[in-house]
Write a protein of this length. Structure first.
Length: 171
């Protein structure tokens, strides 16, 4: 019995020593984080929210996993939006589902900002309403996914209605 307890204790200690925590990556890739922009109740629809879609630090954080040292300063708004879409398509089916959209707008390092997100359940409910809105309005085939073409068509439709078309988004 005594030997089993000692072996269990040694096993636990070894596992703790070998564990890679966020503060001690032990040679693992160091993750750079910033506080991502989060839509508010007065924000436009997700695919019309330029501040969300053009959050260069957010896009760079993900793009660095794919392209070494990407230069986002040379990218157009359309390229940033394309990468925003592609980088959050986690199952690589060329469609965003509600959970991928939620992850795209909601993932941050909450440990450092707990006091700012005390009402996170209210935030999540708001984000779900935003996601439902974009899927209701722009998911043309009503399959529960937003393809890139549906994403862009929804954005262009809004631009046409408001008369804000520019040469970069004309069809």
């Amino acid at each position: 019995m005594y030997i089993v307890a000692i072996l269990s204790f040694i096993t636990v200690i070894c596992n703790l020593v070998e564990a890679k925590g966020p503060h001690h990556p032990r040679g693992g890739k160091v993750v750079k984080r910033h506080v991502h922009y989060r839509p508010t109740k007065s924000s436009p629809k997700i695919n019309e929210d330029a501040e969300l879609l053009h959050d260069k630090e957010h896009i760079q954080e993900h793009l660095e996993e794919v392209i070494p040292k990407p230069d986002l300063s040379k990218m157009t708004d359309e390229e940033l939006e394309f990468y925003y879409f592609q980088l959050h398509d986690t199952d690589k089916n060329s469609k965003l589902d509600g959970l991928e959209i939620l992850h795209a707008i909601y993932h941050t390092d909450d440990e450092d900002h707990e006091e700012e997100h005390a009402d996170s359940m209210s935030d999540i409910e708001h984000y779900i309403a935003l996601i439902d809105e974009v899927l209701q309005e722009d998911d043309v085939d009503q399959d529960g996914y937003l393809t890139y073409s549906e994403f862009i068509a929804g954005k262009r439709s809004k631009n046409r209605k408001s008369g804000k078309m520019n040469a970069g988004t004309a069809t």
